[in-house]
Design a protein around this ligand. Sequence first.
Ligand code: ATP
Length: 200
Amino acid sequence: MMRIIGLTGGIGSGKSTVSEYIREKGIKTIDADEISRNLTKKDGAALPAIRKFFGEQVFFEDGTLNRKALGNIVFSDRDKLKLLESCTTEVVDRIIRKELAELKENDFNGVVVLDIPLLFEGGDQVLCDETWVVTCSYDIKVERLLKRDNTTLEAVKNRMANQMSDEDKIKLATYIIDNSFSLDYLYTQIELLLLKNNCI
Ligand code: ATP
């Protein structure tokens, strides 16, 4: 039997840290961000729609996407973010569903973790047997993002402003992963959840 776990959390909550740990354990994961990056790499399937809506200003001369320019536009404007998501989310969703259908067809037995930042926003929790939400306080997220991204406080705050609140995500979660403390504490919680699902 295939068991599908949806993993999500706000920007800077520690989703990637969690999914990397799970992947290292040899557990099957499907990463929505990675699929999205593939769609937006050179000649990727989402680029024509992005060019149509955002114009040449978000492209370099060689036709690759200028992620920083695009990020600056969408992270301070909720409508533009929605527009960008409409260029990619639907296709990402289709690819994820196709991968799951293939696994099912091949009688995949075990856990698959879907790492989807916009899991609830896109309604993809319906695909999942259970969902995990990674969370920590706003201040900790800001502090970690500033350290990771070498950016400004304003840019970090803008990115975080256009998100579903943790409070709403927690309401929809089966399990909550508290990432307010050490990495060891984070990993212990993951181990427990994996044990519960019989996959370690
Ligand atoms: P984004 O939504 O921007 O992709 P994310 O939710 O995937 O972010 P991560 O990249 O996993 O978050 O974590 C943000 C930063 O915080 C990273 O630099 C990561 O190494 C660091 N980090 C994560 N958890 C902890 C922890 N418990 N203690 C210290 N640093 C941590």
